[in-house]
Design a protein around this ligand. Structure first.
Ligand SMILES: [Zn+2]
Length: 440
């Protein structure tokens, strides 16, 4: 077996060269692939079909032919997590099988800096399946300035994004442009599907007039999602798009589909019709043009790394500082608050593991375990000051929530504890401290 350090060096070298390659490929990117809000390229004219193609697509030719797909991850997967890409591929198959023309708009502009834009790679792969289908990749964040112009060019819109601001933006744009919106979402082991703004049904705002508080929202990057679940919801979205386009219609403007992968159950929840007092689709709407949705929701529209700022900076430390404390062998407890499935993927060996949910529930058994571990570690020090507990999670959001809970624990039982969160979590640890630590 190769020595650990040598293997780590090799892996780091491979990553460096891959980054370099991505950069080189990026420079080959054609200039027509402009980011928003540059002038949108018009949809290319439909090219003449060969007789064979007409035969192959006879059933689909009668259908309207343009679909705008917003977001082309497996409903919001980080670009480099290749293991999640099959979920996207499922989408690709569907749109290539059925659609003469489909468009993918990438969710996050910053993705472009990392490598090949997802929209372009999606289009390239779909194009490989079927040359009769035209794919127009748009790169860049969909914003209030570009959304309406874009949505107006298409017959049906599918929302495959993974963040609240984009959901409001796309829904409002569809109401203003009069287009049906097939909206899918997936988180952990659950998925949902609704068709908004269709045949008197509600829009997204009818159901959710106010955005949820930003710190209560969990997205896929934080919460994780099973690629198969996004695949299932994505396929169902494509099916509903097809039904709407063909005139069969969809039932999901009256019902919300809920899929529970754990129980293996689909449920339909009855929806109310659109609200007369809805701010955008109601009788006297107050919203007549698109707004600043990130400000409205208090969160950013990138689906990848939403970073919360719940704690003052005195309650947070960097991964670099934590590494120093570790090297100095300063007595402390490291508390990992990720769900068990993530801990099973990778962990820091010395961490005490208690899922955030157990802390939130004030689970007796877990709290006693924490108390015991703090007591054990405390015995290694004579210091009478507050005992440090550092809290870590994947990205540094849940860890802040956990610190807030720890700060409220009774001093009588736990003694004086100084809880701090490690900024950026284990992913920062992986990028800045230990390149052999897995990123997921
Ligand atoms: Zn509405």
């Amino acid at each position: 077996a190769m020595a650990g350090a040598a293997a780590a060096r090799l892996r780091a070298e491979i990553r460096r060269r891959e980054r370099e390659l991505r950069g080189l490929r990026e420079r080959l990117r054609p200039s027509w692939l402009l980011g928003f809000p540059a002038e949108l390229p018009p949809l290319p004219a439909r090219s003449a079909l060969s007789a064979a193609e007409i035969l192959r697509y006879s059933r689909q030719l009668v259908l309207p032919d343009s679909v705008l797909v917003v977001g082309c991850g497996g409903l919001g997967c980080p670009w480099r997590s290749t293991w999640r890409r099959p979920a996207w591929a499922a989408w690709g198959w569907w749109i290539t099988t059925w659609w003469r023309r489909a468009t993918a708009a990438a969710g996050a502009a910053r993705r472009g800096a990392r490598g090949r834009p997802k929209a372009r790679s999606a289009a390239a792969r779909c194009g490989g399946f079927n040359s009769a289908v035209q794919y127009v990749p748009y790169r860049g964040a969909l914003g209030p300035r570009s959304a309406l112009r874009l949505v107006r060019q298409y017959d049906i819109v599918a929302d495959c994004s993974d963040n609240v601001p984009t959901r409001y933006l796309v829904s409002d744009a569809c109401v203003l442009a009069g287009k049906p919106l097939v909206s899918g979402s997936a988180l952990r082991l659950e998925g949902q599907l609704v068709v908004y703004n269709y045949r008197g049904g509600p829009c997204y705002r009818c159901l959710f007039p106010e955005p949820p508080p930003p710190d209560t929202v969990t997205n896929c990057a934080d919460g994780g999602v099973l690629g198969v679940v996004t695949g299932i919801i994505g396929c169902m979205q494509a099916l509903e798009v097809l039904k709407i386009a063909s005139g069969m219609g969809s039932s999901f403007h009256q019902y919300m589909l809920m899929f529970d992968a754990l129980e293996g159950r689909f449920r339909n929840i009855k929806l109310r019709p659109k609200k007369a007092d809805c701010a955008v689709c109601g009788d006297s709407p107050s919203i007549t043009c698109l707004q600043d949705y990130e400000a409205f929701c208090g969160s950013s529209a990138t689906d990848k790394c939403r970073t919360l700022q719940l704690l003052p900076s005195k309650d947070r430390i960097s991964v670099e500082r934590y590494k120093e404390l570790l090297d100095e062998r300063v007595p402390h407890v490291l508390l990992d608050v990720r769900p068990q499935v993530e801990v099973d993927i990778c962990r820091l060996e010395h961490a005490v593991h208690i899922p955030l949910r157990k802390l939130e529930e004030k689970d007796e058994e877990y709290l006693q375990y924490l108390q015991k571990r703090i007591r054990e570690e405390k015995q290694r020090t004579d210091e009478q000051t507050s005992f440090p507990v550092y809290v870590i999670c994947k990205l540094g959001n849940d860890s802040q929530k956990a610190v807030k809970i720890l700060q409220e624990l009774p001093v009588k039982e736990f003694g004086s504890v100084l809880a701090k969160d490690i900024k950026g979590g284990l992913m920062a640890w992986a990028t800045k401290i230990d390149s052999t630590f897995p990123q997921y």
